[in-house]
Design a protein around this ligand. Structure first.
Ligand code: BJ8
Length: 426
């Protein structure tokens, strides 16, 4: 029997009526988008369960851990924030970006409407008291990436304590020094908040645990390189999205279990869909749960998404942190190196990202790339000029889709994606 989560939500001050309404909507959409897919791997049952109880079990688990150990629950919004440090101070990291338009009216009370939907969504969840993740957090960690996020932290800090890491926008030596100092400062912030001294041993263990998670995700994505892919793009995307919410070690184990099943399918040359179908690779802005729009359109139009270059994809798990260091200095250097190797559009120049898109599109045997831009993400939008040029030079077809979280443009996007798939299938 399902556990009644209302007492827990009430204790967190959640708007119960609207939370029920939001979860009801999710409960209506999920079967249509996910459970209706044919030939799903059995291992997806675990991830379905997490999604169905997304505002329940993961929250209760965090609150129980906090009660037992005094762990700080730390909300973050960008993959540059090193969750290894949060773990090393006995904390619980949780990703808080927003993927739903449900909370837009709440955000509009404190922010202009014409901003990136990802930001508008998470601000709305906070303002409207719609997210038990937010309400469980001791503090938030923002970062100086795009302008919209950077300025939003000032507003967020008026509502919930928000610590900001200064991320450089170039990758020279001076930038490296700045980022190193920012990681040192963040360690101090975690120590002050938790009352726990971060030792080299604890940091090494945090790195080991997050590396294990990244390795499991990498293993999952390796299976998607196969023709035919043993898993749908929607299912793989869901797992990448849940990586920001689920308990680290159990999530790692469940992803590895699923990979065993997928590797078994590969041995039997079994795909999630049989026959030759267009393979698409998605590049661009992150797709936060429950934003499954592009994948759903592709996979209900006869194609399959075989990889995502985004932060809810390869960028999150590629390149583990070097675990060989023994001292704090060595481990911090390893964190600096690894995190500065992420290629966000906020950096200039950012040519490594363009090379990566081409390299990964090839590795994943993609027939074409969908470049997905959330409305008002100027960095990602402008960077497309160079990405498009490079992809065309490499002979890889590309389609740019700019969209937000609404459904109004679904029909138009479907028509464009269908035409694109037809063109690349010839
Ligand atoms: S490393 S992509 S998670 S900043 S989509 S809020 S950039 S306007 S999410 Fe991001 Fe870190 Fe970069 Fe990744 Fe701004 Fe663009 Fe919105 Fe964005």
């Amino acid at each position: 029997m399902a556990v009644d989560r209302h007492p827990m939500w009430e204790s967190l001050g959640i708007d119960l009526e609207r939370n029920d309404e939001f979860l009801g909507m999710l409960g209506d959409v999920y079967p249509e988008v996910y459970l209706s897919q044919p030939n799903r791997p059995k291992g997806m049952a675990y991830f379905d369960g997490v999604t169905f109880d997304i505002h329940g079990a993961p929250i209760q688990e965090m609150l129980d851990e906090k009660k037992a150990t005094g762990a700080q629950i730390v909300g973050y919004f960008c993959i540059y924030v090193p969750d290894e440090v949060i773990l090393a101070a006995g904390g619980i990291p949780v990703g808080l970006c927003g993927g739903s338009q449900y909370s837009f009216p709440d955000a509009d009370k404190v922010l202009p409407r014409n901003i990136c939907p990802l930001i508008r969504s998470y601000v709305g969840f906070k303002v409207g008291k719609l997210s038990p993740f937010f309400e469980s957090c001791d503090f938030l960690v923002g970062e100086t990436t795009c302008d919209a996020k950077k300025k939003t932290w000032e507003i967020m800090n008026e509502i919930q304590p928000t610590y900001v890491m200064e991320l450089p926008q170039r990758k020279g030596e001076i930038d490296r020094q700045l980022w190193r100092q920012e990681i040192v400062n963040f360690i101090k912030k975690m120590e002050d908040a938790s009352g726990i001294k971060v030792t080299a041993e604890a940091l090494k263990e945090g790195i080991r645990r997050i590396n294990a998670k990244r390795k499991a995700l990498n293993r999952l994505y390796e299976t998607r390189k196969r023709i035919p892919s043993p898993i749908s793009g929607k299912d793989a995307l869901l797992i990448s999205q849940l990586a920001f919410y689920d308990q680290v070690d159990r999530f790692t184990e469940k992803v590895n279990n699923l990979c065993e099943e997928l590797e078994g399918r590969i041995k039997k040359k079994e795909g999630v869909v049989e026959g030759k179908i267009p393979r698409l690779f998605v590049s661009g802005t992150p797709q936060v749960i429950p934003n499954w729009k592009i994948h759903h359109i592709v996979e209900t139009s006869g194609g399959v998404v075989v990889g995502e270059e985004t932060c809810t994809g390869i960028k999150y798990f590629i390149d583990p942190v070097d675990e060989s260091g023994e001292t704090m200095d060595e481990l911090i250097d390893a964190l600096v190196d690894r995190y500065l190797s992420i290629n966000c559009s906020c950096f200039t120049p950012n040519d490594e990202r363009i090379d990566q898109v081409i390299e990964w599109a090839r590795e994943y045997h993609a027939d074409g790339v969908i470049y997905y831009v959330l409305q008002f993400c100027h960095a990602c939008n402008v960077e497309y000029v160079k990405v498009e040029r490079a992809l065309k030079d490499a002979g890889i077809p590309v389609l740019k889709i700019e969209s937000d979280y609404g459904d109004e443009d679904t029909g138009q996007i479907k028509t464009r994606i269908e035409a694109f798939m037809e063109q690349i299938s010839q």
